[in-house]
Ligand binder design. Structure first.
Ligand SMILES: Cc1cc2nc3c(=O)[nH]c(=O)nc-3n(C[C@H](O)[C@H](O)[C@H](O)COP(=O)(O)OP(=O)(O)OC[C@H]3O[C@@H](n4cnc5c(N)ncnc54)[C@H](O)[C@@H]3O)c2cc1C
Length: 292
């Protein structure tokens, strides 16, 4: 029996992959709303200002996409991403990096570059569906650890508590708004300093802030103003805020997942940073090779 502690993106991927490989798995979750409950689920193969592909993104996504699709066709929404130019210098930077990011270029216009293979995962729905499959296939779900071989997937809560001594972290709080923009019809994900994701109807998710100094939970007025400022870089249309959420990204080494073993404690899988959707299924599979 393997005990997986925490059922966010990390724990759900590990628990399901182990179970599918034939292991007996028990999940322990304290019911806390970790960052997977608020994540926008954005998958951007070339995130950031410098036109650098995300670390090993092609390999990780080859595992992640079929994994999500195996749980339901409506979990991952494939949507083109328009990375808007900041200015002429930015456009020239892209030209210098063009060869490196060629696999993801879907078009280049005066507005920006269009990336393929982007989209968003409905993270709350993924957690629900993953839990249903886990229980349906005989998985055990408990509120407190029972012991045995343990894999700690406790996210930022575990890093802040120092579950594994000596693991330094740079976790960052983030805030996101959901806004209604009547009649806009923008159907691409927009990205420059921040992002905007069309999620259906007149609704868009916009984010996100980064705050390394205030790791207490909950949305703030300051966070809301910052996200509204991001929104206004994309459109000057009328909008109405319909939801505002906050969470803490578990960051150890940028967004590279970290797996550690500590005698007497067990395994740790943490540090998914801002890219949990891309990397969690691959690390889940790696855990199968350790336990399977
Ligand atoms: C504002 C924001 C926006 C984001 N946007 C994106 C995005 O667009 N794309 C993307 O890929 N990523 C995004 N992320 C990052 C993503 O949320 C994380 O990478 C990922 O969710 C981390 O998953 P996790 O399972 O490691 O942690 P968590 O989701 O925090 O899950 C850990 C779970 O463990 C439980 N737990 C903790 N301690 C214990 C214990 N002792 N016993 C039992 N249970 C315990 C917690 O309650 C929680 O349920 C975003 C994050 C934030 C905050």
């Amino acid at each position: 029996m393997v005990e997986v502690i925490g059922f966010g993106l990390a724990g759900a991927c590990v628990a399901l992959q182990l179970q599918r490989a034939g292991c007996e798995v028990r999940v322990v979750d304290d019911g806390g709303e970790g960052s997977s409950h608020v994540a926008a689920g954005l998958v951007n193969p070339v995130a950031g200002r410098n036109f650098e592909p995300s670390w090993e993104v092609a390999d990780a996504w080859k595992i992640a996409l079929p994994f999500y699709q195996s749980l339901g066709e409506d979990l991952f929404h494939s949507v083109p991403i328009l990375r808007l130019w900041f200015d002429e210098k930015d456009r020239l930077k892209f030209e210098r990096k063009r060869e490196l990011v060629k696999p993801w270029i879907d078009g280049v216009t005066d507005e920006g570059v269009l990336w393929s293979e982007g989209g968003w995962l409905d993270c709350p729905k993924f957690l629900t569906v993953a839990r249903e499959e886990f229980l349906k296939n005989g998985g055990e779900l408990k509120e407190a650890p029972q012991g045995g071989a343990q894999i700690w997937c406790a996210g930022a809560a575990g890093l802040i508590r120092g579950d594994f001594p000596g693991v330094e972290h740079r976790s960052a709080k983030g805030e996101i708004l959901t806004v209604r923009i009547p009649g806009w019809r923008e159907d691409r994900i927009l990205n420059r300093a921040g992002w905007l994701i069309p999620i259906g109807g007149d609704l868009y998710r916009v984010g996100a802030t980064y705050d390394w100094d205030h790791l207490e939970s909950g949305p703030t007025e300051e966070g809301r103003s910052k996200v509204e400022a991001i929104l206004q870089t994309f459109t000057d249309r009328y909008y109405e805020v319909v939801d505002h959420v906050a969470g803490i990204r578990p960051i150890i080494d940028r967004s590279k997942p970290v797996v550690r073993f500590q005698e007497g404690k067990g395994w740790m899988f943490n540090g998914l940073g801002s890219k949990g959707v891309i990397y969690a299924p691959r690390v889940g599979l790696e855990m199968v090779s350790r336990f399977g």
